[in-house]
Design a protein around this ligand. Sequence first.
Ligand SMILES: [Mn+2]
Length: 323
Amino acid sequence: MSDLARASAALREHASFLLMTHTNPDGDAIGGAHGLALALRKMGKRAVFYSQDTPPSYLSYLPDLDAIVNDLPDVADFDALLVLDCGDFERVGRVLPRVKDHSFIVNMDHHASNPNFGHVNLVDEHASSTSEIVYRVLTAMDFEFDAAVATCLYTGVISDTRSFFNTNATPASFRACAAMVEHGADPAAIARALFVEQPPEKARLFAEALATLELDVGGQVAGMVVTNELMKKLGVSSETLEGFVDFPLTIRGVEASYLIREVFVEGRKRIKGSVRTTERVDSTLVTGEFGGGGHRRAAGFTTDGTLADVRAHLVGILKTHLS
Ligand SMILES: [Mn+2]
C-alpha cells in the first residue's frame, strides 16, 4: 500500500481526529491543518485543530478560524493525531510530552528533514506544501471540495510557493490550485490579503530594517537585522517581519539573503535567523551550522549571541558556501 493510500485509509476508517501544526504557524500550516479539519467535519467526523499560537492576522480571511483551539484537549479522546507541516515532532511546541505517545499518529509534511515520526507518514519533500499533500489525500478520498476547504488549501500552496515564485512550484501545484479555484477559492482576494496589503506599521518597520541592509561577499550576500528595541518602539510582533528576508534576494547578484532579529524565548533573549538562497547554496547546510533546518531555498535557526556576532558568523558561513 502506498503512503497516500495508508493516509487516506487512516482518515476514512477513524472517527475522531486531533490536528496539530508547528508553532508560529504560517499560511501553509494553518491552511493545511484548518482545511483538513473543515473537510473531516464535512465528512461527519469529529476534528479539533489545536495550535499553540493563534493564526497570523494576514490569514484572517480564512473561514471559521474561531474553531481553532489554544487549549489542548484530552488526547486520549481522539482516535488519531494528525501532525501537519512539522519537519520534526518538536515543532508542535510545548505540548509535545502530552501528545508524543499517542497510539496512532499520522505525519503529513513536505520537509526533507522529516524523520518519519508517525505511525503513518505521508512525507514528500517534492510537494510544494503540506496543503498540496492534504489536497492529494482528500482527492484520493473523493472528497467533495467546497469553497471553505478550497480557500484554505489554495492559501497553503500559494504561501509556501510565494505565489509560484519559488522553485518548489510544480505542475502538480498549479493543478491543485486550479482545482481549488474551480471549487471557489478567490485568487485575487487571497493574493491581496497574503502579498499586497500590509498594515502601516509594517511599512515603517521595513523602512527601519532596510536601513540596516549590508551587502557582503562581493555583493552575493545581503541581509538585514532587527533589534527587539525597534519592534517594541513600533509596537509590532514578529509576525510583522513576514516576507522581509525575501527582499535582499531581489538585488541583482545576490545569491543568499538573511534576516536576523532578537527574540525572547521563555524570557531569555535569543537570536533568530532566516535565510533565503538561490540554487547556488543549500540553505539547510547554512542554518544547520546553528542547529536549525528547513528547505533548500528557505531555512531558519535560533541561536545565542549578539546580532553583530551572529551576523558576522552567518556571513562567514555563506562565504564558504559561495567560494
Ligand atoms: Mn509548509
